[in-house]
Design a binder for this molecule. Structure first.
Ligand code: FAD
Length: 417
């Protein structure tokens, strides 16, 4: 009689992609799962991306805690795959390797003067206490006007953090250094700028409604002339209706306000006393962006929020530069190697999308590992650095309850010494 032994799967990255896949693997098969994470603590963008004033979104960690405390799952934090361990070692030790290390870079504007641009991704990392971004400095005490280039949810997150009352932010788990800097901020005007029109924005209604509720707007009514909302599919219709209704609110003088601006692409940024951004003024012709003029505008800070981007960790694997993904067929890259999360879908989509995709890929792994051939042993790790466990993470969380978010790797390692 064949005794079916546990198969060993390793998951690279402990964000929603990796952890939902791990959840599915242990629920539906006799699997042992090792989760590798470059940081000492898990959860990826749930801890370091999702805005601090969205605690309800972070409730997903309740399910992730169950996954990481399951006897068949082992969390191995502070291990950078590609540096501390290579792909060959993983492939020799595991029956399947699931890559879900996300998208940790950002798309650039590729214009002269890009060095004057602030990355929204780094700003998000900074206010969330991501160790590599925690020492960044943002001069908000000398800035009144901010441009945010890009019209997705991350752009609205950045606008909301810049414009929220400080006492509201103080009630969240925002990093203390960010709270201090934001309390001295003099930002009064925020423009969220897109290269196309109101029908092409990629933020969602919930985020738009929230920002409208937090700070007065100055939308321009004529940006919406000629739009027939009845022709739009339902979610878009509600979103555009909200923008149109907001544009009809009579303009009043407000100390702080924000606005949406359309059909503008930055061409160049220069700096003297403040920043001067040269924009192309666009028209949409058959859905194509066509520049028809230019304007130069002054501001104090420009955020770039035009998308995240994945990076090549393993040169031996294929890479699709345009979509920023590892090419795959339903999550399978090659024999024994799989991909999920933003690394599979491209850097877009909310946690719910990432979850369904991770379940599907984990299902594919289970199917491929069904036949009872011999199983691999897993990897004995012998590194000259402290590898963190789930219990270590719990100690860090306990410390944070009374001391606030820990924002350096060194401090995390001190806490668990
Ligand atoms: P990640 O969450 O990025 O996880 C990848 C993990 O891999 C990270 O922990 C990373 O440290 C680790 N890693 C990277 N390199 C290595 C390596 N070499 N070795 C080991 N580990 C490595 N969705 C919502 O539903 N609601 C929201 O409010 C929301 N807000 C968002 C705000 C921002 C700013 C962003 C960027 C996204 C937001 N999302 C939100 C989307 C959500 O965060 C993603 O859908 C989800 O996190 C993608 O999961 P992932 O596992 O692919 O990537």
């Amino acid at each position: 009689k064949i005794i079916q032994r546990c198969k060993h799967v390793c998951v690279i990255g402990s964000g929603p992609g990796g952890l939902y896949a791990a959840q599915h693997l242990i629920k539906h098969g006799s699997m042992k799962v090792d989760v590798y994470e470059r940081l000492p603590v898990p959860f990826g963008l749930v801890r370091y991306g999702v805005a601090p004033d969205h605690p309800e979104v972070k409730n997903v960690v309740n399910s992730f805690n169950k996954v990481l405390s399951h006897p068949n799952v082992r969390f191995r934090g502070n291990v950078t795959i590609g540096e501390d361990v290579n792909l060959n070692q993983l492939m020799e030790a595991y029956d399947a390797v699931l890559l879900s290390y996300g998208s940790s870079e950002d798309r650039k504007l590729n214009i002269p003067g890009e060095e004057f641009v602030t990355s929204a991704r780094q700003f998000v990392g900074w206010y969330n206490g991501l160790p590599e971004n925690s020492n960044l400095q943002f001069d908000l005490s000398n800035s009144e006007t901010a441009f945010i280039v890009g019209q997705g949810n991350v752009a609205l997150d950045v606008a909301r953090i810049l414009l929220s009352p400080i006492d509201k932010l103080a009630k969240t788990d925002i990093a203390s250094h960010a709270l201090e800097t934001l309390s001295k901020s003099r930002i009064k005007r925020v423009s969220v700028i897109g290269r196309r029109g109101p029908l092409q924005v990629s933020f969602t209604i919930k985020e738009l409604r929230e920002l409208i509720g937090i700070c007065p707007t100055q939308f321009r009514e004529d940006d919406f002339y000629g739009i027939n909302v009845d022709e739009l599919p339902r979610p878009k219709k509600r979103l555009v209706e909200l923008m149109i209704n907001t544009s009809k609110i009579p303009l009043a003088i407000h100390d702080k306000y924000w606005t949406l601006e359309f059909l503008r692409s930055p061409l160049q940024i220069t700096k003297d006393n403040n920043l001067k951004v040269k924009f192309a003024l666009n028209q949409l012709q058959n859905e194509k962006v066509v520049p028809v003029g230019e304007e130069i505008r002054n501001c104090d800070i420009v955020f770039r929020s035009v998308g995240y981007q994945g990076k090549i960790l393993f040169p031996e694997l294929p890479w699709d530069e345009r979509s920023s993904i590892i090419p795959n067929v339903e999550g399978k890259v090659s024999e024994g190697i799989y991909v999920t999360g933003w690394l599979k879908t491209g850097p877009r989509g909310v946690i719910l999308n990432t979850m369904s995709d991770a379940f599907a890929v984990a299902g594919q792994i289970l199917k491929d590992l069904e036949s009872p051939s011999s199983s691999k042993p897993g990897l004995d790790l012998n590194l000259k650095k402290r590898i963190t466990s789930y219990e270590d993470y719990m100690k860090i969380i306990e410390y944070e309850k009374s001391n606030g978010k820990v924002t350096s790797v060194q401090k995390m390692l001190e806490i668990i010494q």
